[in-house]
Design a protein around this ligand. Sequence first.
Ligand code: CDP
Ligand code: MG
Length: 155
Amino acid sequence: MKNSTGAYAADGGVRSSSRESDDIERSLVIIKPDAVRKNIVGEIISRFEKEGLVIEDLKMMRITRELACQHYFEHQNKDFFGKLVEYICSDRVVVMIIKGRDAIRRVRRLMGPTDPKKAEKGTIRGDFGTDITVNAIHGSDCKESAEREIKLFFG
Ligand code: CDP
Ligand code: MG
């Protein structure tokens, strides 16, 4: 819930009245291989926690080609698909369910746009991304994607 200064409560708005609980969202976030290799997992996670979002679940894993193809199926006919699958499978990732009021939009705001060159400093991609493929982080783009992606990674 937002307080009088417009900020979200430290619990990400999770402990709110039943009337408001409908607005609590979950986003599937992946700290991608480049960010894991750079040793900035903690730095990235702390940005979500400082924003007041809650980590509901978290694991480190290596994504298989099969899982990568399922996760990114909407891009399967794009010219960058092969490169994207290679990259996301190239090393371990950290996968999280991040929860809070309006979590999907808030996560994507913290991430910044897909292309780090267009991302402002202070966003995760602006600070840590390398290029439009190697861009440090994934966050679900809408409720339907979030639900699908959470099932895919956490069952
Ligand atoms: O991740 P986001 O939702 O911001 O972007 P997307 O359009 O759903 O693309 C998924 C991922 O594909 C991006 O995060 C990039 O890693 C990669 N991508 C790429 O390699 N080249 C592009 N032109 C666009 C996206
Ligand atoms: Mg996307």
